[in-house]
Design a protein around this ligand. Structure first.
Ligand code: NAD
Length: 469
């Protein structure tokens, strides 16, 4: 199949003047051709969104709600097609692709019930003070390749609910499912309210410097986030940056290795480790270290990798060649810096398959522990003293997520309160919920998505101060 997909620009489906093949990471075949927006098409999308904003900002909560629910219905009605396409371009197993559609619908459902009503702060005989949360204008939503639909919806839903319009740019290696969604929603979303343009960093940069873009909501790497922050400065755009993470999971000495190992494993290798907030360094108390290492290695060795459309596959490939080579580089380093007890060799087959790799006897100060590999490779580090460990964990430049594991929830919560990261989970990890803010600290970003706080990031605070005397 080599069908070119269309972009959604101001309510019209528009072909690219240039095309780029999208590669299936499971076998390196071409899935389809993706359009590459040129500068005029990016400008047309922004212009369309700016025009639509004039009408959309005046819509009522029920009108916005209806559009979000209509998008959700489109996803539900076309879930099989969208999930299958997502597997082909992203690589994840089909049940995980179906889960991504469910997550997107869950986010749409939650945001559809939100509103940003005027709050009356003071209402006295002589004066009245109102707090308004006004829309910003046109939002640019820039999305990475690990969860294209979920992350696009996590921007579209709050942007629309608060009265903004949006231009979405998916990652160049996973544009197809988002483009297809655009084709499917073209008739249910008013023209210009949601636009989808595809391409690489040039398209992204045109959006982040565009004078008519009021806000950039970016999810991606810390390096790109810094570029975006700099490029948004000139026009003083609002920014939300959801960037890289190097989440620590801390296993306290009283934890039950047999009970927690399957959860630790699941949350280290979910989507083959290609999630911002999965476990990326696992710290285990010396008393449990051997037991946890053994169990993690056994589960990794037993994992079935394969094409995501093959029902027997539990894990897919790394999403793209550049990332595949990066992950293999981290594994090479781990051969020197630690002891590989599962995986460790790229599979000899087409596609970007890296076996689930577990590394023990490795320490802080090595690339695998200190950096974000963003792939199926997990270092397990031994510790003895929890206070010293908290300091070590907090030395990381990242601050996205972390978790603490113990039979004693109160003890785990005390440790959690001392970790410098946007979220600390206790006896779970990466438990995402549209109602719960997902904030960032340090080099993991600026601001937050989800929850009421995330919603308000799409608004400007405005005070109407009335003299009634
Ligand atoms: P990336 O930064 O390379 O690319 C992300 C997006 O930015 C893509 O659409 C890309 O085309 C675009 N882009 C690249 N250069 C740009 C520029 N100069 N201006 C504007 N846009 C530009 O990230 P990636 O490799 O696609 O994704 C992996 C990273 O994303 C990891 O670091 C991961 O932790 C992070 N991530 C973070 C979260 C979160 O919520 N914090 C969620 C998922 C992924």
């Amino acid at each position: 199949m080599n069908t070119p997909y269309s972009m959604l620009i101001n309510g019209r489906l528009v072909a690219g003047k240039r095309l780029e093949p999208v590669i299936n990471p499971s076998d390196e075949s071409v899935v389809a051709q993706s359009p590459l927006a040129d500068a005029a098409q990016v400008d047309a999308a922004v212009e369309g969104a700016a025009t639509a904003f004039k009408r959309w900002r005046k819509t009522t909560q029920p009108e916005r709600r209806a559009v979000l629910l209509a998008i959700s219905k489109v996803i539900a009605d076309n879930s099989d097609e969208l999930s299958t396409l997502l597997v082909k371009e992203q690589g994840r197993p089909l049940p995980l692709a179906q889960f991504e559609m469910q997550l997107a619908m869950q986010f749409l459902a939650w945001y559809a019930e939100q509103s940003v009503d005027v709050e009356v702060q003071i209402d006295e005989p002589a004066r009245r003070v109102e707090i308004h949360h006004t829309p910003l204008g046109v939002v640019a939503g820039i999305v990475p390749w690990n969860a294209p639909i979920h992350l696009a919806i996590a921007k579209i839903a709050p942007a629309l609910m608060t009265g903004n319009t949006i231009v979405i740019k998916p990652a160049p290696t996973t544009p197809l499912t988002t483009l297809r969604l655009g084709e499917l929603i073209a008739d249910v979303v008013p023209a210009g309210v949601v636009n989808i343009v595809t391409g690489g960093s040039d398209v992204g940069a045109r959006l982040t410097t565009h004078p008519q873009i009021a806000k950039v909501s970016f999810t991606g790497s810390t390096a790109t986030g810094k570029l975006i922050m700099a490029s948004a400065a000139d026009t003083l755009k609002r920014i939300t940056l959801e960037l890289g993470g190097n989440d620590a999971a801390i296993v306290l000495p009283d934890a039950d290795p047999a009970a927690i190992a399957p959860m630790l494993f699941g949350m280290s290798f979910f989507n083959s480790g290609q999630v911002c907030a999965v476990i990326k360094r696992l710290y285990v108390h010396a008393d449990l270290y051997d037991a946890v290492c053994e169990q993690m290695a056994a589960m990794a060795n037993g994992a079935v990798l394969g094409d995501g459309l093959d029902a027997s596959s539990q894990f897919g490939p790394v999403q793209n060649r550049a990332q595949y080579e990066k992950v293999l580089g981290y594994i090479d380093g781990a051969r020197r810096d630690g002891r590989i007890i599962a995986g460790g060799q790229a599979l000899r087959r087409p596609g970007y398959f890296v076996p689930l790799t577990v590394v023990r006897d490795i320490a802080d100060g090595t690339a695998l522990v200190d950096e974000e590999p963003f792939g199926p490779v997990l270092p397990i580090i031994k510790y003895r003293d929890i206070d010293e460990l908290i300091e070590r964990v907090n030395r990381s430049p990242y601050g996205l997520g972390a978790s603490v594991w113990s039979r004693d929830v109160a003890a785990a919560s005390r440790v959690a309160s001392q970790i410098d990261s946007g979220t600390v989970w206790v006896n779970q990890h990466c438990a995402l919920d549209p109602a719960v803010p997902f904030p960032t600290m340090k080099n993991s970003g600026i601001g937050c998505e989800s929850g009421r706080s995330g919603l308000l990031e799409y608004t400007a605070l405005k005070v109407v101060n009335i003299n009634k005397a």
